[in-house]
Design a protein around this ligand. Structure first.
Ligand SMILES: [Zn+2]
Ligand SMILES: [Zn+2]
Length: 273
């Protein structure tokens, strides 16, 4: 299994970091967790073209995690030689978001259907609203859904994928909670979006500091990883943006609470599990 951080940014535009999105490839499986800003540029840089995508998992409907969902739907459709439905799994409300996204794409779909004789139907994205406790298969992956705590954003969730004896939890945004602990228990890898509270607290903007109460700090992510006994902790969605030369500092904060392997870095950082 390979985990690739396609986008390690956050809502704040960053010339070096795309928005939140993580790619998991394993045994014919090719899935995205979240679809942040610039996801397809990074996907292609990782050697994957959109028609190869099997499914998309949406952890929650905050804009930074779904900004480029329309691009994924459209480009996968236009680049596929034959109709290839794929499934978008997300929390309640995902169906509505996709419906509105498709509505906004209606003129584009009409233009392309009129122009290309071999395109006989529009994009086919099957949406499945899922919730904590759900279990299902996506290709060769057994998927489990767990609750996360990103209040007041609700519902929010994490996904655990088990493929051929290897498991990864795609944690999304949120503070530590029992649902996440249960999902992570014994996983080989755990991907968590993180912030630095020591740095966020220095920003003279109350609206910016509001993010402190609903995101895991680096230390909290490391504590969750230790409690669950995971092998590899993958950190992403750095707030504030991790600057060149700061990687060791961020890694040390995690290592103080977690003895396993810590993966972090620029977009396209990958870990084989
Ligand atoms: Zn969020
Ligand atoms: Zn976010």
């Amino acid at each position: 299994m390979r985990i690739t951080l396609l986008g390690t940014g956050s809502p704040i535009p960053d010339p070096r970091r795309a928005g939140p999105s993580t790619l998991v490839t394993a045994d014919g499986l090719c899935v995205l967790a979240d679809c942040g800003r610039g996801v397809l540029m990074r996907l292609v840089a990782a050697g994957v073209v959109p028609p190869m995508l099997t499914a998309v998992f949406i952890t929650h409907l905050h804009s930074d995690h779904i900004t480029d969902l329309g691009d994924v739907i459209t480009t996968r459709w236009v680049m596929s030689p034959l109709p290839r439905p794929f499934t978008i799994f997300g929390p309640e409300g995902t169906g509505e978001v996709v419906q509105h996204t498709l509505a906004s794409l209606a003129p584009d779909v009409r233009y392309r259907l009129d122009h290309h004789a071999d395109l006989t139907e529009g994009p086919s994205a099957v949406v499945r609203d899922v919730g904590p406790g759900d279990e299902f298969m996506v290709g060769s992956a057994a998927v489990r859904v767990g609750a996360t705590d990103h209040k007041p954003v609700e519902p929010t969730m994490a996904f655990r994928l088990d493929v051929g004896g290897t498991s990864v939890v795609l944690g999304g945004d949120g503070v530590p909670c029992a649902g996440l602990d249960q999902l992570c228990a014994g996983a080989d890898a755990y991907v968590q979006t993180v912030i630095r509270d020591d740095l966020v607290n220095l920003v003279p903007s109350a609206r910016f500091r509001d993010i402190l109460d609903y995101h895991s700090t680096v230390e909290q992510a490391a504590q969750t990883a230790t409690k669950a006994g995971v092998g590899t902790l993958v950190l992403t969605h750095y707030v504030p943006s991790m600057q060149p030369g700061q990687e060791d500092e961020w890694r040390a904060l995690a290592a103080a609470h977690f003895a396993g392997r810590v993966i972090l870095g620029d977009d396209l950082t990958a870990a084989d599990i």
